[in-house]
Write a protein that binds this ligand. Structure first.
Ligand SMILES: [Zn+2]
Length: 470
């Protein structure tokens, strides 16, 4: 029997056998996913906590069925002393000399939202035209089933020859903002320690084209207050020699971008290359840009979205038009949000904003900067062995070259994983596609891509195992 094998000479991955195993079990895998979708485990306080517990029990049972017997449901307390969401952790220890892989997904889901917007019941998963519709069918119960399905295929094909350590970690509060994630990682650091972390909670490039999410932007925010007087004064008696605070604030805001609309704060990182582009007309349509409105910045759209900073004003404290009167207002405030390029330290970005504001004080107005939240960016070293193995596995499963995709937003818990396990390589993979509508009505999973995602993960695990055979 001739098998298609991994390209590296040192290792052999039984691609065809793993594909056959995933195929033969696929209908059963989808049936189990349908059963999981039927449990409406939502980690928001307003929802029934018993459903979240049922969800955790069901996931624990699925994980147990892969042969991992050390399955625990764990939780840590929030700052206010109430318990965090139930997480499922299970381990298969590594054979001597073998690395350990942590497989992450989350079992809690978003609330269904307005039921009138759904074409079928959110918690009754149904298949239409090759897609499985239901809340959590993609985000992220398909991620759980990708891990479960991959482990079963590995057991079928490799059995006891598979020596890689495997830790399953299925979070139970991701959609509620992971309130106890950091504490959980700190508390269970030894249990969760791994050489490679697979986060199956992102998106592929499009149906039929896989992606490895290789970068995420970071974020800082803060408020800018401009003050020019001790109290409001009559605009007829004082206007002319004196500018009002909203006008002065507008002049400060105007300095934050250059004439092209690129961020003009000195010292910010950015400018990396993105390997694939997002056609401008598609971007304009997706963002709902009006005809005639020009785009900001330079370079490809993807490089502007993934590898450069972006600054937006997201709120202002000034009187509303309805409450306006003929006065020179002494104070005005704006909140900004600054997305950071991968490689940018958030504190350095915050300092750069502070320095910019110190040196841009129109008409000598008092400009006060109050720093807000900070979130780390993330970038995968795609030349590292695990990333190379993941790209190989995605290509082999789909039969299509994978895209190295950035993400303009952030997945906050990735920064926590990166910080607490700095030695681990983090691989962000996906079961979704751009039409999956995670968090929205009619969330769905493309079943063809899902089968490929299960296979890709099995291939990745087999390859990591084979490559560590010394
Ligand atoms: Zn998710």
């Amino acid at each position: 029997m001739s098998e298609e094998t991994s390209k590296t000479a040192t290792s052999t991955v039984p691609v065809d056998s793993l594909r056959a195993s995933v195929r033969s079990r696929f209908d059963a895998t989808v049936a189990e996913l349908v059963d999981l979708v039927a449990i409406s485990g939502i980690a928001w306080e307003a929802f029934d906590a018993a459903e979240l517990e049922r969800s955790a029990e069901a996931v624990a049972e699925l994980v147990r069925s892969t042969g991992l017997d050390d399955v625990q449901i764990l939780r840590v307390n929030k700052d206010d002393g109430t318990p965090g969401g139930p997480a499922i952790v299970a381990r298969k220890p590594a054979q001597p000399g073998k690395p350990t892989v942590l497989l992450y997904a989350h079992h809690d889901v978003q609330p269904p939202g307005d039921s009138a917007l759904w074409n079928s019941e959110p918690f009754t998963a149904v298949e239409r035209d090759g897609r499985l519709y239901g809340r959590g069918a993609a985000d992220d119960k398909a991620g759980i089933m990708a891990h479960v399905g991959a482990l079963r295929a590995i057991t079928d094909v490799l059995g006891d020859d598979f020596g890689l350590g495997v830790t399953i970690f299925i979070e139970g509060e991701e959609e509620a903002g992971s309130p106890t994630f950091r504490t959980f990682l700190q508390t269970h650091r030894q249990l969760l320690r791994a050489d490679v972390i697979v986060v199956a909670d992102s998106s592929n490039w499009k149906v039929g084209v896989p992606a490895l999410t290789t970068s995420l932007r970071g974020l800082v925010d803060g408020t800018i207050e401009v003050r020019m007087g001790t109290h409001a004064v009559h605009s007829g008696m004082f206007g002319g020699p004196l500018l009002d605070a909203p006008t002065l604030l507008a002049r400060v805001i105007a300095t934050l971008h250059d004439d092209d609309g690129a961020v003009a704060i000195a010292g910010l990182a950015g400018g990396g290359h993105a390997a694939i582009d997002y056609p401008e007309d598609a971007f304009r349509a997706d963002a709902g840009v009006l005809d005639g409105v020009q785009l900001a910045g330079t370079g490809s759209i993807t490089s502007r979205l993934w590898t450069k900073p972006a600054l937006s004003i997201i709120g202002m404290d000034i009187p509303s038009v309805a409450l306006s009167s003929n006065t020179l207002l002494p104070v005005a405030r704006a909140k900004f949000s600054l997305r950071l390029a991968p490689g940018q330290e958030p504190q350095a970005a915050m300092d750069a904003v502070a320095e910019h504001l110190r040196t841009h004080t129109p008409f000598g107005a008092q400009v006060t900067f109050t720093p807000g939240e900070m979130g780390q960016a993330f970038a995968t070293d795609t030349s590292a062995p695990a990333a190379q193995s993941a790209l190989w596995a995605l290509g082999a499963a789909w039969g299509v070259e994978p895209v190295e995709s950035g993400m303009g937003g952030s997945i906050p818990f990735i920064a926590d994983l990166n910080e607490l396990f700095p030695e681990a390589q983090i691989l962000v993979t996906g079961v979704e596609d751009p039409d999956s509508r995670a968090h929205s009505a009619n969330e769905s999973l493309h079943l063809g891509d899902f089968e490929n995602a299960v296979l890709a993960e099995a291939l990745l695990l087999a390859k990591l195992d084979a490559d560590s055979n010394g």
